[in-house]
Design a binder for this molecule. Sequence first.
Ligand code: P6P
Length: 336
Amino acid sequence: MRIGTTLTSYILRKQRDIEGASGTFTGLLNDIAVACKKIADLVNKGDLVNVLGSVDATNVQGEQQKKLDVISNQLMIEALEGNGHIAALASEEMEDLHHVPDGARRGRYLLLCDPLDGSSNVDVNVSVGTIFSILRAPEGVEAPQIADFLKPGVEQIAAGYCLYGPSTMLVLTTGDGVSAFTLDRDFGEFLLTKENITIPADTAEFAINASNQRFWEPPVARYIEECLQGADGPRGKNFNMRWVASMVAEVHRILTRGGIFMYPGDKRLKAVGKAGKLRLMYEANPMAFIVEQAGGTAVCDGQRIMEIQPDELHQRIPVMLGSRNEVERLASYFQT
Ligand code: P6P
């Protein structure tokens, strides 16, 4: 019986390929994996350890916080702040940055995360996940500021997510393809289970929250209408629909069997000054990196997500990503 390839040994091999990477990079990913293992444990135990339900607070997004949002955020901070791998951390759950505490060594990386994406699902026992994005910290800067985080997605050196589903899976890219690791709870290790994941270029499955249909802009409305017309319509084939309301679960399905995921901007969001629902820095960018590394496409209306120059840390954008041919078709509708 073999051990298999652990996440740590995989990264040690990979870091040789990452220009300038040192053991710090491996240490950083190990810290993230430790946090994800603890979050997975709490998500799995749920009511047994009284972590479900909401707290009487809203986050910077104005969304009611779940207990596990707050706990997951604290676990990410605890796992990361003291080991000398990061210089600062940004999170969906915190308006401002979390800096490395006085006396602790500052590392070479900046971490951005959505500690528990899709947390509204956790109370109804549906898959949720952690999303993370890693940037290089500016050289010689004692305390990075928000401006140091506002880099386009092409500057990410790694991105990933941990899906707390029927099995707990950590999916990672360091810019050389996408690999997946499944948590073996018996000995607490993420073991390599998939390498060089590739998204099929075509699909017959779309994911969108159809309850917002009356607010959609014409390109999105056209694309979905054509899908709904099925084999008798312009697409000449029938489509299936999925909506989990948990981006990590949707992206993982798309990595596994193809598909297109859309959270478009719409009149409802624009009416309250929001360009979209999903956040650029710690949802769209990391997922776009993963999707592109798996041969897919990720756009904001017609623009490549990873080329967007961020204005704000918690900036929201429309997101369309997945099977290349479908996303490029939808993007082309924004050009007409
Ligand atoms: P809706 C979860 O809150 C999230 O940020 C994504 O994970 C998910 O795709 C989307 O929002 C769900 O939004 O409007 O369907 O609840």
